[in-house]
Ligand binder design. Structure first.
Ligand code: COS
Length: 382
């Protein structure tokens, strides 16, 4: 659904207030306790955040891409852990089903995903299949009216909270690459599933990530996404195209937050008898950050609009992710520099953002994978 302008504005205003008044005061606590308080989850459910991109007929808000990136950008104005709480239901944890699921599969799962009753999680990465996602080794062997899954999935966001996994496994072991991979909906409570311990990470405390082990996990054949074998890799790529745009918008939001913090600090902090904002070398850093954030804003808005108009935006989404995630890394680095010692100590929260944004250049496809996607297309299509 494309919301009318006024409704979208009201919704974004409500979310901006929630971010400002409810989430920002919790940033330091979430950073040190490494968890999102339960009542925040409940409030997110009430706001409809878990169902942002789930079609209205299944109880979600059915936001289009332009609307989704607008919401992601607002959630960039606080610690990214908050967005991650509902982020997999909006993106990689639900979209395999939304994009390629059968009517029956959608009807069965999406209404409960929209409310947040079911948390979805995306199981693609493995110990030996990261950037080379088509090389998944996990097997799914057909046995009567079910498939039996064996293998390990690595670094799975929200797995400790999930009730439903979208799992990518090899149904055709005779084929090595993408063409032997299928996608399944797997109940997290199935026999044979075990979770590894939660990873301790460089940043993004308050997000939940662990490995998932599958030992003879029996999945009903009706849970093969779309009912078709060996097309799961394409499903994963379509999901990631969308996810890459979402992460770009989140990066833009965080850049905006940091630019604002830098400006406020530079106006107040005095050295050599005047606010440091008066110094041209500080101004250069502020101006570079502002300009680069604006460039990302334009790229994201253009790509989201084109996607909404039905264009294939795989390459543009890769360009957005490459630029926006690298951009926010530079902005965070300049923020530490502008804050100086205050940027390096914990008290001001700047060092936390510096650590948090590092992940954006890695997950949902590294910067190098985005470069590969872009350059391959250039070589093929000119
Ligand atoms: N949308 C739809 N289909 C796509 C697609 C897309 N964006 N990208 C590729 N495909 C299709 C191709 O058209 C091809 O189909 P055919 O077999 O019919 O020709 C098939 O998928 C295989 O594509 P390709 O040959 O390009 O696959 P590669 O193994 O070379 O891998 C990259 C492509 C590297 C781009 C892919 O593996 C990738 O994105 N890796 C990063 C994975 C990632 O982001 N991981 C993050 C963890 S998940 S949070």
């Amino acid at each position: 659904m494309a919301l009318d302008k006024e409704t979208l504005k009201q919704f974004l205003d409500t979310l901006e207030r929630f971010v400002e008044q409810r989430l920002r005061p919790l940033e330091s606590q979430v950073g040190s306790e490494d968890r999102i308080p339960d009542d925040v989850f409940e409030e997110m459910k009430t706001l409809g955040l878990f169902g942002l991109t789930i079609p209205e007929q299944y109880g979600g808000l059915g936001l289009n891409m332009s609307e989704e990136v607008a919401v992601a950008r607002v959630f960039g104005h606080t610690s990214p852990a908050f967005r991650s709480a509902f982020g997999t239901n909006v993106g990689i944890g639900s979209q395999s089903l939304v994009i390629d699921g059968t009517q029956a599969q959608k009807k069965h799962y999406l209404p409960r995903m929209a409310t947040g009753e079911i948390i979805g999680s995306f199981c693609l990465t493995e110990p030996d299949a990261g950037s080379d996602a088509a090389s998944v080794r996990m097997t799914a062997k057909k046995d009567a009216d079910s498939y039996v899954l064996n293998g390990t999935k690595r670094f799975i966001t929200n797995a400790p909270k999930a009730q439903l996994f979208s799992v990518f496994a090899r149904t055709n072991t005779a084929v090595k690459g993408a063409r032997g991979v299928s996608a399944f909906l797997v109940d997290a409570a199935s026999d044979g599933i075990e979770l590894g311990p939660a990873y301790k990470k460089m940043g993004q405390q308050g997000t939940y990530v662990c490995d998932v082990f599958f030992a003879d996990v029996r999945v009903p054949a009706e849970n093969l996404i779309g009912g078709k074998e060996n097309v799961g890799f394409k499903t994963a790529m379509k999901v990631l195209d969308k996810g890459r745009l979402h992460i770009s918008a989140l990066s833009l939001g965080i850049a905006e937050r940091l630019i604002k913090d830098c400006l406020n600090y530079a106006r107040e902090r005095k050295q050599f008898g005047q606010p440091i904002a008066e110094f041209q070398l500080i101004q250069a850093m502020l101006a570079d950050s502002k300009t680069e954030a604006y460039a990302a804003e334009c790229m994201i808005a253009d790509t989201a609009r084109r996607r909404d108009e039905g264009e294939d935006v795989a390459v543009l989404a890769a360009s957005c992710k490459l630029f926006a995630t690298e951009m926010v890394g530079r902005v965070a680095d300049r923020a530490v520099q502008i804050f100086g010692g205050a940027g390096y100590v914990e008290d001001y929260g700047i060092e936390r953002f510096y650590r948090d944004v590092r992940l954006f250049r890695i997950y949902e496809g590294t910067s190098q994978i985005q470069q590969t996607v872009i350059a391959r297309d250039m070589i093929k299509n000119g």
